[in-house]
Design a protein around this ligand. Structure first.
Ligand code: DGL
Length: 283
């Protein structure tokens, strides 16, 4: 089926998931919506994030006729995936959650770090996930206020330099607060990136933590799950990519230049694919 897959995040972070989706599903069309005017979700109330998520899902269905929706945001998934499923029972839906279970399989020291937004780590969904695994490893959880916003700002030409300094400062402060990273006994040897924005500061994290600490994100797993759901519902696109009209559209409620810069820097996509979301979504 030739309809697009909707992908949505509070901002540009979900582009890390879109990158994995595009790689795994090269025949598919995508519509990406960055709600950058309302980022960061992680520091807003659950009710606000739920309301934005439901509004955006409705918009993507009504205006873009999406055949599936990937909520490429841990914070929105934690707040709103149940409400979304209840309202759209027929729509294949994929959410993201911090990769705690995969981290268990990878960690040798049994000490696992998790960084995510305040909204994600404060959610009931995350509390249940953590409680179900706590007997199996020692988890050190750190909410990273300000980090997603600084990553958003790092794509805006006039704010990029200050944002980059802020990213370095925040990463240093938060990782130091978590304890010792490394591969010795008691060291944190695996760090879960529980926010899709954080994938874009992986290089900085590697420099800070050294090459032996494993960084875990969810893009590939989300792409595999999306593929499975579409195949099961017989919704995969069977046309060749060159027959597919407009394979990618990227919309933002925020700064268009910021989305263009991010799409170009991280996915190599040309700026013409980006456009402003309609005014009704920006309020
Ligand atoms: N990218 C989002 C996540 O995965 C949220 C960042 C934010 O807006 O706070 O949680």
């Amino acid at each position: 089926m030739n309809a697009p897959i909707g992908v949505f995040d509070s901002g540009i972070g979900g582009l890390s998931v879109l990158r994995a989706l595009q790689k795994a599903l090269p025949h598919e069309r995508f519509v990406y919506l960055a709600d950058s005017a309302h980022a960061p979700y992680g520091e807003k109330t659950e009710a606000f994030v739920t309301q934005r998520t439901l509004t955006i899902a409705l918009h993507l269905r009504a205006q873009h006729h999406i055949k599936a929706l990937v909520v490429a945001c841990n914070t929105a998934t934690a707040a709103a995936i149940h409400a979304l499923r209840a309202l759209h029972p027929q729509l294949p839906l994929v959410g993201v959650e911090p990769a705690l279970k995969p981290a268990l399989a990878l960690s040798r020291t049994g000490h696992i770090g998790v960084i995510a937004t305040r909204g994600t780590v404060g959610s009931d969904k995350f509390a249940r996930l953590l409680a179900s695994l706590q007997a199996e490893a020692h988890f050190v959880v750190q909410a990273c206020n300000g980090l997603a916003l600084a990553i958003e700002q790092s794509t805006l030409p006039d704010q990029a330099r200050a944002a980059q300094d802020q990213i370095s400062h925040l990463l240093q402060t938060y990782t130091q607060a978590m304890g010792r990273f490394g591969t010795g006994p008691g060291d944190i040897d695996t760090l879960v990136l529980g926010c899709t924005h954080y994938v874009f500061v992986e290089d900085e994290l590697r420099q800070l933590l050294g090459p032996d600490v494993q960084l875990l994100s969810t893009g590939e797993a989300v792409a595999r799950q999306t593929q499975r759901l579409l195949a099961a519902a017989d919704l995969l696109n069977t046309q060749a990519p060159h027959e597919t009209a407009q394979p990618m559209r990227l919309l933002t409620t925020g700064d268009l230049q910021g989305l263009q810069a991010a799409a170009q820097r991280w996915l190599g996509l040309p700026p013409e694919l980006c456009e402003a979301a309609p005014a009704t979504l920006q309020a």
